[in-house]
Design a binder for this molecule. Structure first.
Ligand code: SAH
Length: 225
């Protein structure tokens, strides 16, 4: 399995390889009891979850919050790649949070906090608002909605890193949301994941987000920015 990482330029230590192996085992075990991911075949998990999650690694430093972490993507692979990161994993589903806590414990990962809650509520808590160097999210919502969930968590000068497929259309549609919420697209890096187009969108937070954002979920869904 190390080969898969090597093929994409990730030179992992033996310890990191073992941690991915353990993560795969726990993921498989839980997945047979409740659905965390529809991807179960080992090569596929390594490629589409592990390698894909690592793609954003070079843009993430310091503290980060992974919004809608689910089975732990991209947060857990990022923590394995860069143990010095301070990670907060947020998910709205209790069972997923229990799983994430188990992974953190079994892999003996340090500086990792799991929070069960909704992004649009937690982002108004002064303990979390504009407190992170970075926010990450993969497969949670379309970019205008996702920006409203994520950017309020990021300090001015920090980044929001969105993991997307073909993102050209979403980038166009998020111009207004970015302007209102205080973000600017710094880069959109296209990557080839064995024939699948992936895009890592790096949004720089250039000004503070207005106190009225994020709005309630009903409002966000009904009237995306
Ligand atoms: N990021 C993971 C999971 C994607 S599934 C991956 O890439 O595989 C989307 C996850 O986001 C679900 O686990 C869901 O519970 C969570 N989620 C969706 N909206 C959310 C919100 N507003 N706040 C917190 N979690 C949310």
């Amino acid at each position: 399995m190390e080969k898969i990482f090597e093929n994409f330029g990730f030179d992992l230590t033996e310890k990191q390889t073992i941690l991915f192996e353990k993560y795969y085992e726990i993921l498989s075990e839980y997945n047979s009891r409740f659905n965390l991911t529809s991807i179960t075949e080992k090569n596929e998990v390594y490629l589409k979850h592990f390698v894909d999650s690592l793609f954003g690694g070079k843009f993430i430093e310091g503290s980060f919050i992974d919004v809608g972490s689910g089975g732990g993507f991209p947060a857990i692979p990022l923590k394995i790649l860069k143990p010095e990161l301070k990670a907060t994993l947020l998910d709205a589903t209790g069972k997923k949070c229990e799983f994430l806590k188990t992974v953190a414990k079994e892999l003996e990962l340090k500086d990792i906090t799991v929070i069960c809650g909704r992004a649009e509520e937690l982002a108004h808590d002064k303990f979390y608002r504009e407190k992170f160097d970075c926010a990450t999210a993969r497969a949670v919502a379309a970019l205008p909605v996702l920006t409203e969930y994520c950017l309020p968590f990021v300090k001015k000068g920090g980044k929001f890193v969105a993991y997307k497929g073909d993102a050209a259309e979403e980038i166009k549609n998020s111009e207004n949301a970015l302007k209102i919420l205080g973000g600017e697209i710094e880069r959109a890096e296209k990557l080839d994941l064995s024939g699948n187009l992936r895009t890592i969108i790096v949004v720089k937070k250039v000004k503070e987000t207005g106190a009225e954002f994020p709005r309630t979920n009903a409002r966000i869904k009904k009237k995306p920015l």
